[in-house]
Design a protein around this ligand. Structure first.
Ligand SMILES: O=C(COP(=O)(O)O)[C@@H](O)[C@H](O)[C@H](O)[C@H](O)COP(=O)(O)O
Ligand SMILES: [Mn+2]
Ligand SMILES: [Mn+2]
Length: 345
């Protein structure tokens, strides 16, 4: 799979990031999102593959593009099958977030990215558009920290695994009312908290690499982003656990339906009969081969954002693969037209 589409998926996230970055700082989050979706879809449909969106922009009725169930790629069209090799005809599942951190792009804040994860059919958990309680930590703490434990206990475990005092640990938490107690507990345990307004995929990913000065992600974010984060952490060997949150009272937003009961029904209709199950990275991204790709829109811990110059742009992307066991940073100069200069830095 990596041989067939490895390089092309870099271009998919690059194109989405470039399109979105043109709207950086313009205060128009919907446009920054929409152009990323369009660019991602256009580039995806030029790939010799037979893809299906399993995590995308929502149900078909709400999302005109990259909706859940949408078939993408040249080989998704049976008329093209003759020009596709058996490898390209393999059915693959794709989870996308063309603009992860739309607010960050709209307000020119760091940490937004175009992201996707790919696996063979059935290899990614088709999470509902609910919330997810998440715990991400570095590879050294994999399987040792546990989402069922308190933040205080996990910080002690992290400190032992990483050979640092608790005071030397930094935990990323989304700045939300639902996290007030969690933030208090982390601070009382002695660790430091980095509050983010948006973008918990980037925070989870940062836990996978030493040197980012981020040692854990705790708290509740969106479930689809949880699956994409899990794919990255699965491929990196980091720790990721997620538990669906279906009770609107817990998240304190009206975004996930009116009642816990109706949400439980929806989960059951999707075949999720253990709604409180804690999933680890291998369950959320269970495929034999899992690829994760991201391209910075605005600069973050791991990737620089898109930098435009006359007639071109420079991007930085990251592709992580279970197949080649690589985390590959890709630095690309894009020449849109005849540039006056090809900018090196
Ligand atoms: O910040 C986020 C927004 O993602 P996007 O809509 O693609 O720009 C995500 O990283 C979060 O995981 C998540 O969507 C968020 O926590 C849910 O929103 P909220 O109700 O504001 O917490
Ligand atoms: Mn997102
Ligand atoms: Mn998004």
């Amino acid at each position: 799979m990596e041989n067939t589409i490895g390089l092309e998926i870099i271009e998919v996230v690059e194109q989405a990031a470039i399109a979105s970055a043109k709207w950086m700082g313009k205060g128009e989050k919907n446009t920054a999102d929409q152009v990323a979706v369009e660019a991602m879809r256009e580039r995806m449909n030029k790939i010799y593959m037979r893809g299906r969106i399993v995590i995308g922009e929502g149900e078909r009725d709400d999302a005109p593009m990259l909706y859940i169930g949408e078939e993408v790629g040249i080989c998704a069209n049976p008329d093209n099958a003759i020009s596709c090799s058996p490898d390209e005809l393999m059915e693959i599942d794709i989870a996308v977030d063309p603009c992860e951190g739309t607010n960050l792009v709209a307000y020119g804040q760091p940490g937004s990215m175009a992201v996707l994860a790919i696996s063979e059919r059935g290899g990614l958990f088709a999470a509902p558009d609910f919330y997810m309680k998440k715990l991400a930590a570095p590879p050294a703490a994999k399987g040792k920290v546990d989402i069922n434990k308190s933040a205080t206990e996990n910080l002690k475990i992290l400190s032992e695994c990483l050979g640092r005092s608790i005071e030397e640990l930094v935990v990323v938490v989304m700045k939300r009312e639902r996290h007030n107690d969690l933030i208090k507990e982390i601070r009382e345990a002695g660790a430091r908290v980095q509050l983010i307004s948006d973008g918990d995929v980037g925070a989870a990913l940062s836990c996978g690499f030493a040197g980012t000065n981020i040692h854990a992600l705790m708290g509740i974010g969106a479930a689809p982003e949880g699956v994409i984060s899990a794919a990255a952490m699965r491929a990196l060997g980091g720790h990721f656990q997620g538990q669906l949150i279906y009770d609107p009272a817990v998240v304190k937003t009206g975004l996930i339906g009116e009642s816990k009961e109706s949400n439980l029904e929806r989960l059951s209709s999707m075949g999720i009969n253990e709604p409180d199950k804690v999933y680890d990275a291998h369950e959320l991204a269970s495929g034999q081969t899992v690829l994760f790709a991201a391209c910075g829109i605005t600069s973050g811990n791991l990737m620089q954002g898109v930098r435009f110059f006359h007639g071109g742009a420079r991007t930085q992307s990251l592709v992580i693969s279970t197949q080649s066991k690589t985390a590959r940073f890709v630095d690309t100069i894009h020449m849109f037209e005849q540039p006056k200069v090809v900018q090196l830095h």
